[in-house]
Write a protein that binds this ligand. Structure first.
Ligand SMILES: NC(=O)c1ccc[n+]([C@@H]2O[C@H](COP(=O)([O-])OP(=O)(O)OC[C@H]3O[C@@H](n4cnc5c(N)ncnc54)[C@H](OP(=O)(O)O)[C@@H]3O)[C@@H](O)[C@H]2O)c1
Length: 275
């Protein structure tokens, strides 16, 4: 897909792999909508892109640890743009971001589930009318190889909290959502795929976790760009990729009844079921 003139929203692009992807898309001539909470880092990125002679990205600040933040972001994008060709749901927190104990979102949901999964679920649904109107268009969910089955009796991990498990559940939830949404979008020319970008890239969340990086943001960024713009994945939907290669996710992702339960819960938690 030629990216010149395309409009792309990438959440979590003030830092890490999202920042790299935003800069690469801007260099390819896309109108990039960048997002995060940190205005100073967003300004540095915007200045850098403008300084290189590319279209300056527009910054949309929003805190995705609240569903109101996700709604506010979607409303701003819908109000400001006639089209949206690609939505990359990338913002996330690691297993030990903000400490090792259990934390909750503004809405009282387990924080990793809220930031890494539920806000992206809500954003995708709110942006769907614009994505459909701009078809062929794409959604890319930046998930992980770190996946753990959801326990529907304790989705919010109130018992025996563990940061790695919380992170891995939120990442599997993204993949389950990807498969589910792809089925819903069949025939719409809007595709949705998920990926593990690369293992332990040198980013803030990896460093915060005390882990020694073993990949670069360039490696993971190229894998995200592949799903966002690659010609070979045009029309493909509901797939999980490990880097550049299609891969199998955790078996729960292929359990239709588990996906149905997650979907019902997510619609209820986000208030979308009332719409
Ligand atoms: N790093 C890896 O090796 C690796 C491996 C597999 C998957 N991933 C996935 O790749 C994605 C990007 O990770 P990264 O390593 O690039 O992380 P990062 O460098 O820590 O960047 C995270 C981004 O998410 C934003 N963010 C975090 N919490 C937010 C919140 N509450 N509201 C709004 N924005 C928020 C941050 O923006 P502000 O700070 O401005 O809010 C930042 O732009 C994540 O989904 C992660 O799970 C990473």
């Amino acid at each position: 897909m030629k990216m010149a003139g395309k409009t792309v929203l990438i959440t979590g692009s003030t830092d890490g792999v999202g920042r790299y992807v935003a800069a690469r898309l801007a260099a390819a001539g896309a109108n990039v909508l960048i997002h995060g909470r940190d205005r100073a880092r967003a300004k540095t990125l915007a200045d850098e892109i403008r300084g290189q002679g590319h279209v300056e990205p527009i910054f949309y600040p929003a805190d995705l640890s609240s569903l109101a933040g996700a709604r506010q972001l979607a409303a701003a994008v819908l109000a400001g743009h006639q089209r949206l060709d690609v939505f990359i749901s990338n913002a996330g927190i690691g297993s030990r971001s903000l400490g090792s104990g259990r934390q909750t979102s503004a809405d009282g949901h387990e924080l990793r589930f809220a930031v890494n999964y539920l806000s992206g679920f809500l954003l995708a649904h709110l942006l769907l009318p614009l994505l459909k109107a701009s078809a062929p268009s794409r959604i890319v969910n930046v998930a992980s190889l770190g996946q753990h089955p959801l326990d529907f009796d304790d989705v919010m991990l109130t018992k025996g909290y563990n940061g790695n498990r919380a992170y891995a559940r939120s990442k599997l939830a993204q993949i389950m959502f990807t498969i589910d949404l792809a089925q819903e979008l069949e025939g719409s020319d809007v595709t949705v795929n998920a990926l593990h970008p690369a293992t332990y890239m040198n980013t803030t969340m990896v460093r915060e976790g005390g882990i020694t990086p073993i990949s670069t943001v360039e490696q993971g960024g190229e894998a995200i760009l592949h799903l966002a713009a690659g010609d070979d994945v045009a029309g493909k939907s509901g797939l999980f990729f490990n880097g550049m290669q299609q891969a199998q996710a955790n078996p729960q992702a292929y359990d239709a009844s588990a996906r149905k339960r997650l979907r019902a819960l997510s619609l209820e938690l986000t208030g979308l079921s009332a719409c």
